[in-house]
Design a protein around this ligand. Structure first.
Ligand code: FES
Length: 163
């Protein structure tokens, strides 16, 4: 048998020729392509779901909100308000372009830092470019006596929760 002139001797005594090189290169390329196809297929078949936090917020015990207090929950984007009529919750997200508003106790109003909209404690607009009042959010008391707020549900104003 004629010796392959292009075979390269390896350290372990075997030879490695051009044909073997291209076979291994082909197998490697196919393996990479198969892995890419499998990864794409897995991603394609996986449900395209965005997992968001629950719209329901547990605001804790009513006793933690003094009478005539306005408490901003920054993480949830809501106010918990304890007025003489009862508890209620407002969205803290400005109805203009969505900035987070802030309660200004010295002025007795809610103000938006972005373009100057101002709202009463009841959510009614006082001035500024906001097209609508701050919406009231559904609030109730659960069996443990905690205040719960459903951020996804707007309600008509003046529906107070009395504890
Ligand atoms: S986002 Fe609040 S006034 Fe523009």
């Amino acid at each position: 048998m004629a010796e392959d002139k292009k075979a390269v001797p390896l350290e372990n005594g075997t030879e490695f020729n051009r044909r073997q090189f291209f076979v291994k290169l082909g197998i490697g390329s196919l393996s990479i392509a198969a892995a890419g196809t499998a990864a794409f297929g897995y991603q394609f078949l996986s449900p395209n779901v965005l997992y968001e936090p629950s719209p329901t917020v547990n605001a804790g015990k009513p006793e933690s909100y003094p009478l005539d207090s306005v408490t901003l929950d920054v993480n949830s984007g809501i106010y918990i308000i304890h007025s003489s009529e009862g508890f209620f919750s407002l969205s803290a997200v400005c109805t203009h372009l969505g900035c987070l508003t802030a309660w200004k106790p010295e002025l007795g109003m809610i103000a938006c830092p972005c373009h100057g909209s101002k709202f009463k404690q009841s959510g009614e607009k006082i001035e500024g470019p906001a097209p609508k009042p701050l919406p009231w959010k559904k609030m109730w008391v659960n069996d443990d006596g905690d205040l719960l707020v459903d951020r996804s549900t707007d309600i008509r104003p003046m529906q107070f929760v009395r504890v």
